[in-house]
Design a protein around this ligand. Structure first.
Ligand SMILES: Cc1cc2nc3c(=O)[nH]c(=O)nc-3n(C[C@H](O)[C@H](O)[C@H](O)COP(=O)(O)O)c2cc1C
Length: 187
């Protein structure tokens, strides 16, 4: 059975290194995990007044998260935190009251940046928010991509040791998803 992972990429720009990273990771993850990017750039800014009749883009987004087996956030670091686009998507996923799309969803986080700290600050803050909305977050291994020219060529990551780390990440995330799916033991 295919394990479907909804990938939320926090940068909206076309040439985003985070998007390139997500696409390269999707190739590494197959066939264990089927990573599909879920678009968030068309979501309106969260506004409680819109909850009465959810905008079509919000309905689509919530359905994509709910129908996935798991969620992977891939975040840039903007001013030492994760992107506003991700926060906006998290707000919509968590609402309206009683319709939290994140609840219990197996979730992992990764990120890419040009800066030396490799999204460590952004991911640390994103972990606390993702936990607060009730997602089932796994945190090991941590994945920080320090982008440099030549690291992603024709959609492939060229650093073999980083590819090895990503393979380990995929295996452990797949295991985490499987464990959460397993029926509870009864005595
Ligand atoms: C508004 C803004 C703030 C940024 N702040 C940080 C930061 O705090 N730490 C960091 O490592 N890089 C920072 N950067 C650089 C980003 O790592 C770089 O722009 C990266 O390419 C963004 O990801 P993307 O290519 O997926 O859009 C910042 C970039 C922008 C545009």
């Amino acid at each position: 059975m295919t394990t479907k992972v909804a990938v939320v990429v926090g940068s909206l720009r076309k040439a985003s290194i985070n998007r390139q990273f997500a696409e390269a990771l999707a190739k590494i993850a197959r066939p264990k995990l089927d990573l599909q990017i879920v678009e968030i750039g068309d979501l309106p800014l969260y506004d409680q007044d819109l909850e009465g009749e959810l905008p079509a883009t919000v309905q689509r987004f919530k359905q994509q998260i709910e129908s996935a087996d798991a969620v992977l956030f891939i975040t840039p670091e903007f001013n030492r935190t994760f992107s506003a686009a991700i926060k906006n998507a998290i707000e919509w996923g968590s609402r309206p009251w009683g319709r939290n799309s994140w609840a219990g969803k197996p979730t992992a986080i990764a990120g890419a940046t040009l800066g030396a700290v490799g999204t460590a600050a952004a991911q640390s803050q994103l972990r606390s928010v993702v936990s607060a909305v009730g997602a089932a977050l796994t945190v090991q291994p941590e994945i920080y991509l320090n982008y440099r020219d030549g690291l992603i060529v024709n959609g492939e990551i060229t650093d073999a040791s980083f590819v090895g780390l990503l393979e380990d990440f995929v295996a452990k995330f797949a295991d985490w998803i499987a464990r959460l799916r397993a029926p509870a033991l009864t005595f």
